[in-house]
Design a protein around this ligand. Structure first.
Ligand SMILES: Nc1ncnc2c1ncn2[C@@H]1O[C@H](COP(=O)(O)OP(=O)(O)OP(=O)(O)O)[C@@H](O)[C@H]1O
Ligand SMILES: [Mg+2]
Length: 653
């Protein structure tokens, strides 16, 4: 009885995705083989893990290999492995869903009309290797049987929006992928993938380090040669099967670093990281002594889209004496270094160590300490010797390093010296704290910063006015993680880090400060009535209304108490579970501003003037908008503005 064939549609947008994949994601078509071999190797790794707890999976057949078989007449190439295989559901889930992990993000970007290059970058991060097969094949058939199961599944597609699935027979576990090859087209980069030399060259180039044998099965009809080496006349053709090992299987990290080429490292990186762009940097390290271990670590060139989300799968690979025992071992590095890729190979770990045992293993703790230091050494090297590269890295992973400076107390000083900040000193160039300190004015005692949503908001914030006028540099802390950072980084080089949005300002030398304070006090007394009336109107939002020397052009701003959260921090906290009651702020008024002066006059004429309440509200709204905060009641604010305009227009007629 013929197996029932079911036809499925790929999800929407798949066609566009496939088009990008097939036509522009990879620059070299040969790469399809690397991708399929990499999947086969992953499948063999997974079989290895599972059989640690279920030895029956490999009891009858312990073969672990990858085979390439060609049929020149049918023009097919089959890549098969004796790995874990897939159940029918897994086929639908893994193969029938392109870029499963990032589908939502991708779709959104597509709808927004993102450019091909942006999409390419995203797609590359999501697990689409399998589909590279369609670069060189018109039709792809996948036959797979999961280890431990009897039933096999056949999947087939021409890569045009739908695929078919049916039950099938397969005598052995694992997966076989048959490519019905496109015409050879050298101009388009499509080689003859039934040619053993072509295959052998590609495997050598991209997959030499793969830990399992990659065997090419060369099957042909051959007529036995006569004494002169010519085909014997009249002889029956003989069926010849030759098996040829294509890769050396040597673990890359066990070879001396000087003998491994850059491109071998790059290919290896792509194999283990599932990243399709080249790494930015790598280093190797080895520890010898009572315990022996070595590491090969890569710095990626782009941050994965989900690096800062929960559930990001981090962790280096962990090998025990060259055998992969864990694909993602997060315990080998502190959380903030989760963007690093690579591996650790230990001579002393047992093969069947469990996740729980690992966490308590003293050796792992030791490796983590050691590897953290080595990673920071590498960062320091880039910072000192290859600053351009460091900058690239900073733009991708700087936030993670700030996290480190806030959380890794053992390495805090080293991390702090690697931090870069935006600053009022330069529209683009980032600065270190050390350079900031070197530029500080002689009377300046603190390092000033302002946190906020974006550079534009912070830069135009009224809080900065007096600082700008005095020529004081202010750091713009516009990363979310900065709030976390300034809570633990309160001092650098003996100077306090001080928010210009909190507390009162002290600018200038002792003498100037005393004078300013004196003046403010006097004006404060003169305006006491007005300030109190504003406080009364806005009591719900404010805990104090006072005059300030912080402002030069703006009439008003809001500040927080020294110990309060900044508005940015408050926004973050409110996004968290349950929210938090809003803190009351302090309103600061500029005594030299016309608005304030005129309001004072008005108050003195008639302290019960109902307009004053409206003006107080307008000032409050103005201050909120100026710092990038939301208005508590936008319609109320707009109607006040409209009212004000009507009045002004009426008067000016
Ligand atoms: N030979 C195979 N044996 C078992 N499962 C496989 C095989 N090939 C692919 N798969 C499954 O299909 C999924 C999709 O493969 P695909 O190559 O597209 O993405 P990926 O390997 O997860 O990521 P990458 O983009 O880095 O290749 C795999 O994650 C795996 O679950
Ligand atoms: Mg893959």
């Amino acid at each position: 009885m013929a197996a029932q064939v079911e036809t499925y549609q790929f999800q929407a947008e798949t066609k566009q995705l496939l088009d990008i994949m097939i036509h522009s994601l990879y620059t070299t078509k040969d790469i399809f083989l690397r991708e399929l071999i990499s999947n086969a190797s992953d499948a063999l790794d997974r079989l290895g893990f599972e059989s640690l707890t279920k030895p029956e999976l490999t009891a009858e057949d312990s073969t672990k290999e990858i085979r390439l078989e060609v049929d020149r007449n049918a023009r097919t190439l089959t890549i098969s492995d004796s790995g874990i295989g897939m159940s029918r559901d897994e086929v639908i889930e893994n193969i029938g869903t392109i870029a499963k992990s990032g589908t939502r993000e991708l779709r959104e970007r597509m709808r927004e009309g993102a450019s091909t290059s942006v999409l390419q970058e995203l797609i590359g991060q999501f697990g689409v290797g399998f589909y590279s097969a369609f670069m060189v094949a018109d039709r792809v058939t996948l036959l797979t049987r999961r280890a431990g199961e009897q039933r096999a599944t056949r999947w087939e597609s021409t890569g045009d929006g739908q695929y078919t699935i049916s039950d099938a027979d397969k005598p052995t576990r694992g997966t076989a992928i048959t490519l019905h090859l496109k015409q050879v087209d050298h101009d388009a980069g499509i080689e003859d993938y039934t040619d053993k030399w072509v295959l052998s060259r590609i495997v050598k180039r991209y997959s030499d380090f793969v830990n399992y044998p990659i065997n090419l099965i060369d099957e042909r009809e051959e007529i036995e040669p006569d004494e002169e080496g010519k085909p014997k006349e009249g002889a029956e053709p003989k069926h010849v099967v030759e098996e040829k090992l294509l890769n050396s299987m040597k673990p890359l990290w066990t070879r001396p670093a000087s003998e491994v080429t850059e491109s071998e490292y790059t290919e290896f990186y792509k194999h283990i990281s599932h990243d399709f762009s080249d790494p930015l940097y790598h280093f190797t390290a080895r520890a010898e002594g009572l315990l022996e271990y070595q590491a090969l670590v890569f710095f990626p060139s782009t941050a994965p889209y989900d690096l800062f989300y929960q559930g990001f799968e981090s962790g280096l690979r962990l090998y025990a004496k060259g055998v992969l025992i864990m694909e993602h071992c997060p315990d080998l590095l502190p959380h903030y270094l989760r963007f690093l890729k690579g591996l650790v190979d230990s001579e002393n770990l047992p093969l069947n160590i469990s996740r729980q045992m690992l966490q308590q293993d003293r050796q792992i703790t030791q490796i983590r300490k050691w590897l953290t230091k080595k990673s920071l050494d590498a960062l320091q090297h880039l910072f000192d010797k290859e600053f351009e590269k460091y900058l690239e890295l900073w733009h991708q992973f700087g936030r993670a390093l700030k996290e480190g400076a806030a959380t890794d107390f053992d390495n805090k000083d080293r991390l702090v010296s690697l931090l870069l900040f935006q600053s009022s000193n330069d529209p683009e160039k980032l600065t270190t704290l050390k350079d900031y300190v070197a530029r500080m004015l002689s009377e300046q005692t603190d390092i000033f910063y302002l946190t906020g949503e974006s550079r534009t908001v912070v830069e135009n914030s009224p809080h900065l006015e007096a600082f700008k006028e005095k020529g004081y540099e202010v750091l713009y802390l516009v990363d979310r993680v900065d709030e976390l950072l300034v809570q633990s980084l309160t001092e650098f080089d003996g100077k306090r880090l001080k928010s210009v949005g909190k507390g009162t300002v002290n600018l200038g030398n002792e003498e100037e400060r005393a004078k300013v304070e004196e003046e403010l006090k006097k004006e404060q007394n003169e305006s006491a009535g007005l300030l109190q009336s504003i406080q009364k109107h806005l009591d719900e939002y404010l805990k104090d209304v006072r005059l300030t020397n912080r402002l030069t052009n703006s009439p008003v701003c809001l500040v927080s108490g020294e110990m309060d959260f900044s508005p940015q921090m408050e926004r973050l906290l409110q996004m968290g579970e349950g929210g938090r009651p809003k803190q009351k702020r302090i309103m600061e008024l500029n005594p030299r501003h016309d608005i304030v002066a005129k309001m004072r006059e008005r108050y003195q004429k008639d302290s019960a003037d109902p307009k004053l309440a409206n003006y107080a509200e307008l000032l409050y709204g103005y201050a909120l908008l100026a710092e990038g905060s939301d208005l508590p009641d936008p319609p109320r604010f707009t109607s006040l503005v409209a009212e004000l305009m009507t009045e002004t227009l009426a008067h000016s007629q």
